[in-house]
Design a binder for this molecule. Sequence first.
Ligand SMILES: [Zn+2]
Length: 299
Amino acid sequence: MFFLAFAVMLSGCAQKDNIPDDKIKAVTTIGMITDIVENVGKDKVSVQGLMGSGVDPHLYKATEGDVTRLSEADIIFYNGLHLEARMGEVLEKLGEMKKTVAVTDYIGKEALLDFPAYPGQYDPHVWFDVSMWISAVEKVRDSLIDIDPDNGEEYGNNAEHYISQLEGLGSYVRSKAGEVPEQQRVLVTAHDAFQYFGKAYGFEVLGLQGISTESEAGTKDVQDLVNFIVERKIKAIFVETSIPERNIKAVQEAAQSKGWDVKIGGYLYSDAMGDEGTFEGTYIGMVTHNIDTISGALR
Ligand SMILES: [Zn+2]
């Protein structure tokens, strides 16, 4: 049913007339990519992000409305590295007829971390290393210049401005991370989204669920994590906005029953940003919120 609808829509959208403005129409998956395209495209590009605040990209399936938006787009930006696991088939089909861009394309394989559950695949959560996300900005810039060379200079200038903001962000994260004593630099979260963060800024990272949220944490995972928290006297663990908090709460209760009062250090934005129109609803805001929350709770 879904693919029938999909095929009908694709065949019906060969000519993109009736659209009054001359903006490039971009469709994006996660909010962090939407933010890049808005910052680089500014008023030359209209952007529609499919996944809002609190949405888990690992589990997200394209709705019929999404398929319409995707099929009408001039260009589609997605993360790649199997982050949008359940949209893979749709993106692949669209890639045969229009420009689809994985923003992680410029990141060299040697910089990527393994995805232990799936040999040969890589951890997709690259946005938590700000320098890696800068390369995503460069990929978006070059792709927009490619399909709209007339406005190339503007895309180049916009990207340069945004990248300089991100460089400032990277320095901020590094200095806040440095405020946490080395033995306290352990980040325990609901799922394994923060390995790149840990590698870039010197934290040991443990997630209750694996890198994808598709597999539920087993009893043994919970026990191992609880033992680790108690033995290492971890001060705080964190919930994530795109994942139900009950699992992390269960870890907290289990640690408390073993006599170690671990706190919930706050909520982190992992795979989705905050609400639109708020500071946390931007990439810079989400990363700032996270490092402030982490360093505040572990210091
Ligand atoms: Zn994730």
